[in-house]
Design a protein around this ligand. Structure first.
Ligand code: ME8
Length: 522
């Protein structure tokens, strides 16, 4: 286990702003934000970077189609990505744009470091290129489409490209990469992705074309005015730019190597083959982990303009609530695998677990405390066996949640959390505190306070996933803003709150029940 206080650096992929953000972008940003918040709540100093990848042929062509300059398109769309993050409570430390001056400088410095190592040479590229993937492919990797056209392994069209290009001696790094996967299995997760990359590298690596001369929308290659860098060279460098590379900054010392590059399964090759090879060449330490998550599908289908099923993630957030969307995406999909979403699935999951499960537990507890105890927080002096059992179960579930979240198994972590919520609701039914007011008021106090403390714990545990709702709940419980970390789960909050004379006011529910939309409810 890492030191709980060691710094933690997490990044998302930087998105192509050639169109507005889609649900996949929202999914990745939310997951990375949950990781960042989780690590902060563990007491670690966290840096979280996201942003947009603005160079390359794909951007240049899209802008041309729209009668804009690439820069105009980038400005317009990058803004939409940043707005999406802000709207979804994705709290980044830096939103990087690859058109920024410091990024050009960092990319050129990395280039020069690879050149100084003797890993770059000038030659002629002749081969297949997919603009949609911004990737070069070997003839042997291509498939045939229905009309006989050649397609990339991702199913995108490829075009024959011939141009002068700088090359990177990727072929020199095959052995080192295989050693990396074998000696450090946590470098690339899940394991299935590692097996894929192992097979790809074992098949032999060809040198990589890393500059382009047929267009100029990119980072200029130092010393070769008519070349711009292959977009992936500059894109990958963003992870260093954000820390101040090439300068020996405090952030470089503190946060590099990154703890986690969170990316989707389609871009694992760039992060687990090219990126470590570039870094080895430049003499820089390698990131600790690359995790390739799965895809989010709309009712089992990939979203596409031609199917007319593209959903704006902000519309989903408006319709169901930001926290509902965040919870659903992490709870529903086994992280690492593909998953599906639909309006019905969101409503069903959120109503069962947040509204009827946790929300109802909190609202019942706080209302009874307000009505029957004038809102006064009191310690539990003599907990019964049932009280202790419940507390132990809740604490154990929160331990499990932490273990699972540390391993990026979000749905399993939330499942453990949900079991604790069920245990609390069962305890309310069994203890029936409403019937104790007249018969045994001291016992009623013990039951309600035991519940209050479990609600506090469960809200702290869930906070990285649904920050604003949990904060509203903890505000109502008057839990101090600096007492919402995992370390506070075990503290004797009731005694401290009672001695401060904390009195709770009339509570308001924080997890509304969602309506099943009529047209989709059938
Ligand atoms: O690949 N579900 O950008 P991008 C989940 N610029 N994730 C998805 C997804 C889906 N349906 N569709 C895409 C790029 N993603 C490059 C990255 S990093 C140095 C450069 C994920 O806008 C995708 O896998 O095409 C990637 O991690 C991210 O969204 C951005 O994709």
């Amino acid at each position: 286990m890492p030191e709980p206080t060691s710094p933690y650096y997490v990044t998302t992929a930087i998105s192509y702003p050639n169109g507005p953000p889609h649900i996949g972008h929202a999914y990745e940003a939310i997951a990375a934000d949950v990781i960042a918040r989780f690590q902060r709540a563990q007491g670690r100093e966290v840096r979280f970077q996201t942003g947009t990848d603005e160079h390359g042929l794909k951007m240049a062509r899209k802008a041309e189609e729209q009668g804009k300059t690439a820069r105009e398109l980038a400005d317009e769309m990058s803004h939409r990505f940043r707005t999406m993050c802000d709207a979804l409570d994705v709290k980044y430390d830096r939103f990087i744009r690859t058109v920024e001056e410091d990024h050009h400088r960092a990319s050129q410095a990395l280039w020069q470091a690879m050149e100084a190592k003797g890993d770059l040479y000038l030659d002629r590229y002749e081969g297949w290129y997919s603009v949609r993937d911004e990737a070069f492919y070997d003839e042997s990797e291509l498939a045939e489409g229905e009309g006989g056209e050649k397609l990339s392994p991702q199913g995108t069209p490829v075009e024959w490209t011939v141009e002068e290009s700088w090359f990177f001696r990727l072929s020199n790094y095959g052995q080192a990469l295989l050693e990396l996967y074998d000696t450090n299995p946590s470098f690339l997760k899940p394991d299935s992705r590692r097996n894929e990359m192992r097979a790809f590298v074992s098949g032999g690596l060809r040198d990589l074309s890393i500059s382009r001369t047929s267009f100029d929308w990119g980072v200029p290659v130092p010393g070769s005015d008519d070349h711009v860098m292959y977009v992936w060279v500059d894109a990958l460098t963003n992870y260093l730019t954000g820390l101040g590379y090439p300068d020996e900054t405090e952030n470089m010392a503190k946060f590099w190597p990154a703890d986690l590059h969170l990316i989707g399964k389609d871009i694992v090759r760039f992060h687990a083959v090219y990126w470590p090879a570039f870094l080895m060449s430049a003499g820089l330490p390698l990131p600790k982990q690359v995790f390739g998550h799965g895809f989010v599908l709309n009712r089992g289908q990939k979203e596409s303009k031609s199917l007319g099923n593209v959903t704006d993630p902000l519309e989903l957030a408006d319709r169901f609530g930001v926290d509902a969307l965040r919870y659903f995406l992490l709870r529903e999909v086994h992280f690492g695998q593909d998953g599906s979403y639909s309006a019905e699935a969101i409503v069903t999951r959120v109503n069962a677990e947040l509204a009827n499960g946790f929300g109802n537990l909190a609202q019942r507890t706080l209302s009874m405390i307000f009505k029957n105890m004038d809102g006064k927080v009191q310690p539990v002096s003599e907990p019964s066996e049932a009280d202790r059992t419940l507390m132990d179960e809740v604490c154990l579930s929160i331990d499990t949640l932490q273990e699972k979240f540390a391993a990026l198994s979000f749905s399993e972590g939330l499942e453990a959390w949900m079991r604790a919520v069920f245990a609390c609701n069962q305890y309310v039914d069994e203890q029936a505190p409403w019937s104790l007011k007249k018969t045994d008021p001291a016992r009623m106090v013990a039951v309600l306070m035991t519940l209050l403390d479990q609600v506090r714990r469960l809200a702290i545990a869930l906070r990285p996933v649904v920050p604003s709702s949990c904060d509203r709940m903890l505000d109502q419980m008057k839990v101090a803003a600096d007492a919402r970390l995992y370390a506070n789960v075990a503290t004797d909050w009731l005694a401290a709150a009672a001695s401060e004379g904390i009195v709770l006011e009339k509570p308001e529910g924080v997890f509304p029940r969602l309506e099943q939309p009529e047209e989709e409810a059938a």
